[in-house]
Structures are given as structure tokens and as C-alpha cells.
Design a protein around this ligand. Structure first.
Ligand SMILES: [Zn+2]
Length: 119
């Protein structure tokens, strides 16, 4: 079995960087959610590859804890940085390809609406 390294964080919910999995320290209060997130992070490879995009979009482990997942963000808003395209974990800049794509999509949409509005 591969050795797992864990580190607690205040920001974001969970993130795997190389062999280290960062977990929000408040997850200890939600064992069911924590287990689901751990199972999810375990599916990720050490480097973010195309396969990992599928792991994130699929999100099968999180499907059963959706409500707890959203409640967690309400109670611990610092975890919301998970949705930023770029964030720093332990002084390492981490890019999230899916979030970058979503943000670009979102801004293109706003730009398009503005453009149509000006016609
Ligand atoms: Zn993931």
C-alpha cells in the first residue's frame, strides 16, 4: 500500500498535491463527509492528469454526502477558496484546471451578454 501523507489546513476543503493530501481541519467534526472526501482524494494521481479531471467531474464519492458538503461551506466559509482557480497551499501555488475552465467559461458568458446588450 502506498504511504499517505496528510496535512491539516484552514483554507479550502481538500486538495492533493504530490503525495500530500491537505484536509480542512474542521472535517474532523464531520466523519461521514471526511471519509467520502478521503475516498475521493485517494482516486487522484500524484500529478494532475486528464484522468483526474474525470475523477473530479464524476464525484461519485461525494454524491452521498452532498448536503453535508454544502453545509460545510456555509459553516466554514474559508473552505470556499476551493473554488478559486489558483490557491496557495503551504506556499505552493496550485492551479485547478477545472476551476480555471469554469471561470473562463463564466467570464466569457458575461462578456457575451454584455456584447449582445450593446448591439
Ligand atoms: Zn478532486
Amino acid at each position: 500500500m502506498k504511504k499517505q501523507h496528510f496535512q491539516q489546513t484552514e483554507w479550502g476543503i481538500a486538495c492533493k498535491i504530490g503525495k500530500v493530501t491537505y484536509l480542512n481541519k474542521n472535517l474532523d467534526k464531520y466523519p461521514k463527509l471526511k471519509e467520502a472526501i478521503l475516498n475521493h482524494e485517494k482516486e487522484h494521481s500524484d500529478t494532475y492528469r486528464l484522468r483526474d479531471v474525470w475523477v473530479d467531474l464524476n464525484g461519485k464519492h461525494l454524491a452521498s454526502v452532498k448536503k453535508e458538503y454544502y453545509m460545510f461551506f456555509l459553516r466554514h466559509p474559508k473552505a470556499l477558496v476551493t473554488f478559486l482557480p489558483v490557491w496557495k497551499y503551504n506556499n505552493v501555488l496550485v492551479f485547478d484546471p477545472i476551476m480555471i475552465f469554469m471561470w473562463v467559461l463564466c467570464f466569457s458568458f458575461i462578456f457575451l451578454l454584455k456584447f449582445i446588450g450593446n448591439l
